[in-house]
Ligand binder design. Sequence first.
Ligand SMILES: CC(C)(COP(=O)(O)OP(=O)(O)OC[C@H]1O[C@@H](n2cnc3c(N)ncnc32)[C@H](O)[C@@H]1OP(=O)(O)O)[C@@H](O)C(=O)NCCC(=O)NCCS
Length: 214
Amino acid sequence: MNIVIIGHGGHSKVVSDIILATEGIQVLGYLDHKYKTKEVINNFICAPISEVREIKENNDDVRFVMAIGDNRVRKEIIETLDLSSDDFISLLHPTASISSSAKIGYGTVVMPNAVINADAVIGCHSIINSAAIVEHDCYLGDFVHLCPNSTLAGAVKVESGCMIGSGATIIPNKTIGEWTVVGAGATVIDHLPRNSKAVGTPARIIENHYIKTG
Ligand SMILES: CC(C)(COP(=O)(O)OP(=O)(O)OC[C@H]1O[C@@H](n2cnc3c(N)ncnc32)[C@H](O)[C@@H]1OP(=O)(O)O)[C@@H](O)C(=O)NCCC(=O)NCCS
């Protein structure tokens, strides 16, 4: 199977490595706004993101994966693409430990040494970065980024769009509201509302853009 990576910056290097480490799939090319025309570089097709349909129609057995770390940018770009859920592949690095009862949505990427334990549910187009831990019964929405070495204890709920910074820990049964950012190294010991930013140990909210309606 041929994989086209959307986004050709630093994060795409790690995504490429997962493909290299996985049998039966190979990188066909990269789409990125930095390319103005379609060209072949080091045997890879490199083209603007607007070429996505053309690439899909003119290549056999092709799937796409996003390699853009910023959750909002990743979501915005996907919304401009004329692709369906079947066009995306989930990538799971072979060193990741993933329970047979865990569920992982399309387009999600699981990096080296991540752990996803029993009955965890992970949405679509999320990033479970290197050595992140998702304990049993956790629930993650779409467009989440768990940064390297972050830990979700049992039954934590992380709603869509959240970024959990490197090395942050969330204690069991807490909910992080959608599009909230948790700083690197934070220890979250309580629920966090949506659209907030929290840092430190114990985590304190330093910004809150949540506007209650109705
Ligand atoms: C939380 C974070 C997003 C805040 O970024 P920001 O909005 O630019 O915030 P600022 O740098 O302006 O900092 C605001 C305040 O929070 C503090 N702060 C920021 N990040 C912090 C952290 N991780 N832990 C403790 N305090 C932190 C700053 O010292 C500053 O405090 P002050 O107002 O008393 O001076 C960022 O610092 C962070 O931790 N990002 C995680 C990055 C990461 O893990 N990336 C991995 C990519 S793979």
